[in-house]
Design a protein around this ligand. Structure first.
Ligand SMILES: Cc1cc2nc3c(=O)[nH]c(=O)nc-3n(C[C@H](O)[C@H](O)[C@H](O)COP(=O)(O)OP(=O)(O)OC[C@H]3O[C@@H](n4cnc5c(N)ncnc54)[C@H](O)[C@@H]3O)c2cc1C
Length: 439
């Protein structure tokens, strides 16, 4: 079966890999000159199966309202004259209750587990190295109130079978001794030993090379601009070569839309209205000056809602979210403040450990759904499949989302309780036994 995958981020490349494994003939199209040059480029690096709580919870509306006017708010909603943004915001509000939160967590944990197992199998099979550290994720809190809330969240996650431990300050320092100079400001933490971290860009680009070696065609530097239709079917994808401006139409039996935040506007002309909206986030990547004094365990600093991950001799600091459209600029007033705050915080935590003169700032657009649940499965157009909307967790869920979609496209039922597109009412379908075979 001939399949065209649109988008060469972690989601598109992982889908391509698993399709190849199942004997599909695959072409991947992307506007960039290589894989993983947009949102999968410099994220927080965390494979956080156990830290996967959706943004939408019963307290979220009050927090977001309080943060509306603060440039440095962790989640910033900038209202625009954009009906898609408002539709997203209203749907988000419908998810802000305990029942929806529990339902969403259950699906995110299920996909996270499935994906982690798949990622491990892929790493074992391919030998890809991507500054991977299997040291868990440590979440530390600076106030007793936040620590109490964190302990309650840990309890909820344990109900979903996740090993999230509550740690005293001393235990936090045992897990990550490099936090010692900040110890006085740590109230406690939670820790998930089975989580890990690694560089999503390095992994995705290596996987793309392996896909090419197995026969996939990569058509880079081509913009997807539209679709041909034949009745309900998609009958071609219109692309434009960025170098020459030459338009052409590519044809296949099946099409996969994995263009991150851009999936939604590109599919609207087909009558498909996906509720995906970009949430801009930032990162800084610093070269370490004193690697022995730097953290190894991947961390979340609850006070600032930022992730800190060690990537070889570099450190990645990432976080914050802005719902303000599709721009990825780094030089607006808000962007500059947000970027500077990442580096300042790192200096507070680890003074003098990294070179802050070259912060390598970056901004990316998380393709976010109101529930945080990605859209995976068959669209209303029978030969058009969707793999998008992975929000804060696209690296965590990338391997498994690619595999799950490839399985669905090959007539298999993925072995996890998850509501795929095309399922009746999109509800999670429970499965018996959750052991996975490598793939
Ligand atoms: C600051 C930040 C921190 C994050 N931290 C983490 C983390 O620690 N752990 C985690 O699991 N996730 C994290 N994420 C989320 C994760 O990075 C994303 O969910 C993931 O990268 C999305 O992958 P994707 O393949 O869907 O999108 P992308 O990587 O953006 O891929 C989409 C591709 O489609 C292409 N494309 C788009 N439009 C077109 C078009 N018209 N024509 C041709 N090509 C097109 C783009 O060039 C791009 O390559 C973070 C995100 C941000 C922003």
């Amino acid at each position: 079966m001939k399949t065209i995958v649109l988008g060469a981020g972690i989601i598109g490349v992982s889908t391509a890999w698993h399709l190849l494994q199942r004997g599909h003939e695959v072409t991947v199209v992307d506007r960039q000159p290589d894989a993983a040059l947009e949102t999968s480029f410099a994220n927080g690096a965390q494979i956080s199966v156990s830290f996967c709580e959706p943004w939408a919870n019963a307290q979220a509306p009050f927090k977001v309202a309080k943060w509306l006017l603060r440039d440095d708010a962790p989640l910033l909603f900038r209202p625009r004259l954009d009906p898609h943004q408002w539709r997203w915001g209203l749907s988000f509000l419908t998810q802000c209750n305990d029942a929806a939160f529990e339902r969403n967590v259950a699906q995110l944990v299920a996909l996270g587990r499935y994906s982690h197992e798949t990622l491990k199998a892929m790493v074992a099979q391919t030998g890809i190295t991507h500054d991977r550290l299997e040291r868990g994720i440590l979440h530390f809190f600076s106030s007793p109130q936040a620590f109490d809330d964190g302990a309650q969240a840990a309890e909820l996650m344990r109900r979903h079978g996740v090993d999230r431990r509550v740690l005293s300050r001393d235990e936090v320092l045992k897990v990550e001794p490099s936090l010692k100079s900040f110890a006085g400001q740590i109230a406690g933490g939670t820790y998930t030993p089975s989580d890990e971290s690694g560089d999503a860009r390095v992994f995705t680009q290596a996987l793309a090379r392996l896909c090419a070696a197995r026969g996939a065609t990569f058509l880079y530097a081509h913009d997807v601009v539209g679709f041909e239709q034949a009745g309900q079917l998609v009958d071609g994808v219109r692309v434009v070569d960025r170098a020459t401006g030459r338009p052409s139409t590519l044809k296949a039996d099946h099409y996969v839309a994995a263009m991150g935040s851009f999936t939604a506007p590109l599919l609207r002309p087909l009558g498909l209205y996906l509720n995906i909206y970009p949430a801009k986030g930032y990162s800084a990547t610093l070269q370490l000056k004193r690697p022995d004094d730097a953290s190894i365990v991947s961390m979340i600093d609850d006070d600032r809602k930022i992730a800190i991950s060690r990537l070889g001799d570099r450190i990645r600091i990432a976080g914050t979210a802005e719902l303000a459209g599709y721009d990825t600029t780094l030089d607006s007033r808000t962007s500059r403040r947000r970027c500077a705050a990442l580096v300042q915080r790192y200096e507070e935590l680890f003074p003098g450990v990294a070179d802050t003169a070259e912060p390598n700032f970056w901004a990316g657009l998380r393709p976010s759904t109101p529930s945080n649940i990605p859209l995976i499965g068959r669209s209303k157009r029978p030969n058009l499949w969707i793999n998008a909307g992975h929000g804060t967790l696209g690296w965590t869920h990338g391997a498994g989302s690619g595999r799950a979609l490839a399985e669905l496209m090959s007539g298999e039922r993925p072995r996890l309780a998850f509501g795929f597109l095309g399922d009746a009412k999109g509800h999670a379908v429970p499965v018996r036994g959750s052991r996975l075979s490598p793939g």
